[in-house]
Ligand binder design. Structure first.
Ligand code: FE2
Length: 354
C-alpha cells in the first residue's frame, strides 16, 4: 500500500491532463512534487482513541509534519508489515505491551535508534537494550477484588491467587492475551519456571469459570459476585470510575490491590513505540517519538486511556488519584517479558489455562 497526499495527487493529475490555457504556467508550478522527506509521517498504531487523533493533530500543527495513521489490531499490523516488506510506508509502530513490541522487533520490523532525549527521559528498564522500542506510558497489572469478601492482606501477593482460600473464586481472561503472557514472563523471572508453573496450576484449580472476556469483564464478574478476585490492568478500573453512573456503580463494588509492595513491586508494563525497519521518514519518526515524551505528548497519550505518564513531572490524567499514592512497581527490564513469552505460553498450556 502506498499513501499519497490527496491535494498533491490532484495537482499532478491536473497538470498532466489539463488542456492548454492561460493558466498553464501556474498549473505546472503547482505540479512540482511536494517536499515529502521532511513533511510526512506514517504511524501504524494498535491504539484506538479519539485523544490520539488530537495528538497527531497537535504534532502536525507544531512541526508542520503531516501525520497519516493506520489503526488496527497489533497482530493485523504485524502481518500487514510483513506483507509490505521493504515497501512498507510505516515509519512509527505504536502499540501497548512490551510483549507485543517484542513481536515486532523479533519479526525484524523495527530498527534500532539512538536518541539522547529518550535515553534521558525514559528509564533504562523501560527501553529495549538494542534501541528498537521505547516505553512511553505505564500500565500496571494488579488484583481486583470484592472488599466485602476479601481483606487487602489476602491479596497483597500474586501468589495469593493460587491460595486454597480462593477455590472457585478466581476469574481470569484467556492466557493467550498478551497481558497475561507478560505477567507470566515476569513470574518466570522472579520465581523460576517451576514455581511459576505450580502457581498457574493452582490458579486454574481456583477458577470460578473458564477463562473468558476482557479485563472489564473480570471487573464486572467480581462486582456481580461471580468470583471474588481477578487480574486487571489498572486503567480499565480507572476508566469505569470516570464512566456512566452504571459503570461507576459497578466499579465501586470492587477494590484494587497493588501486589508485591514488600518485595519486587507490582507488575508494570508500557505502551511504547519503535521506528519501522524500512521507515521512509526516519528522522520524523524519531522526532515524533521524542515529542511523545514531552509534557504535552504524555498528557495526550494518557488523558483518555488512563495509563500513567512515564516521564516524571508530567500531568496526571483525571481519575489516577484513585490509585495508591506511592505504590512500588517492578523494575524488571521489560525485554525479559518478550524473551520469556513462548515459555510463558507453554506453562499456561500445560496448566490448562486456556
Ligand atoms: Fe488494554
Amino acid at each position: 500500500m502506498k499513501w499519497y497526499a490527496p491535494l498533491a495527487t490532484a495537482c499532478i493529475v491536473l497538470a498532466a491532463c489539463g488542456a492548454p490555457s492561460p493558466e498553464t504556467a501556474e498549473t505546472e508550478a503547482v505540479a512540482t512534487p511536494p517536499a515529502e522527506p521532511a513533511g510526512t509521517l506514517n504511524v501504524y498504531s494498535a491504539r484506538h482513541y479519539d485523544s490520539d487523533k488530537e495528538m497527531y493533530k497537535r504534532f502536525e500543527e507544531e512541526t508542520g509534519i503531516r501525520v497519516r495513521f493506520r489503526e488496527s489490531g497489533a497482530a493485523e499490523l504485524l502481518e500487514a508489515m510483513k506483507a509490505e516488506g521493504d515497501n512498507s510506508p510505516a515509519d512509527v509502530i505504536l502499540s501497548s505491551d512490551a510483549g507485543t513490541l517484542y513481536r515486532f522487533k523479533d519479526a525484524g520490523l523495527m530498527q534500532p535508534i539512538e536518541s539522547d532525549v529518550l535515553a534521558e527521559r525514559v528509564p533504562e528498564h523501560f527501553r529495549d537494550p538494542d534501541g528498537n522500542w521505547v516505553g512511553l506510558t505505564k500500565r500496571l497489572r494488579v488484583i481486583v477484588y470484592d472488599p466485602d469478601r476479601v481483606t487487602p492482606d489476602q491479596v497483597d501477593d500474586y501468589a495469593d491467587l493460587a491460595s486454597a482460600a480462593f477455590e472457585g473464586e478466581v476469574c481470569m481472561r484467556s492466557s493467550t492475551n498478551i497481558y497475561n503472557l507478560s505477567l507470566m514472563g515476569e513470574l518466570i523471572d522472579r520465581l523460576g519456571a517451576d514455581t511459576a508453573e505450580a502457581w498457574a496450576r493452582s490458579v486454574v484449580a481456583n477458577f470460578a469459570r473458564p477463562p473468558q472476556g476482557g479485563d472489564t469483564t473480570q471487573i464486572e464478574a467480581v462486582a456481580a459476585g461471580q468470583c471474588s478476585v481477578a487480574l486487571v490492568n489498572h486503567y480499565y478500573w480507572v476508566r469505569l470510575t470516570q464512566g456512566s453512573p452504571a459503570q461507576r456503580a459497578t466499579v465501586e463494588k470492587t477494590s484494587l490491590s497493588f501486589p508485591q509492595q514488600d518485595s519486587w513491586g507490582a507488575h508494570v508494563n508500557v505502551t511504547g513505540a519503535g521506528v519501522a525497519a524500512h521507515a521512509p521518514h526516519k528522522e520524523a519518526a524519531i522526532q515524533f517519538i521524542e515529542w511523545l515524551t514531552t509534557e504535552e505528548g504524555q498528557f495526550l497519550l494518557t488523558t483518555e486511556t488512563k495509563e500513567i505518564p512515564l516521564v516524571s513531572g508530567a500531568e496526571q490524567p483525571a481519575g489516577l488519584d484513585r490509585l495508591p499514592p506511592d505504590f512500588k512497581e517492578s523494575e524488571l527490564p521489560l525485554n525479559r517479558l518478550g524473551e520469556n513469552q513462548s515459555e510463558a505460553q507453554a506453562i499456561y498450556d500445560r496448566a490448562g489455562w486456556n
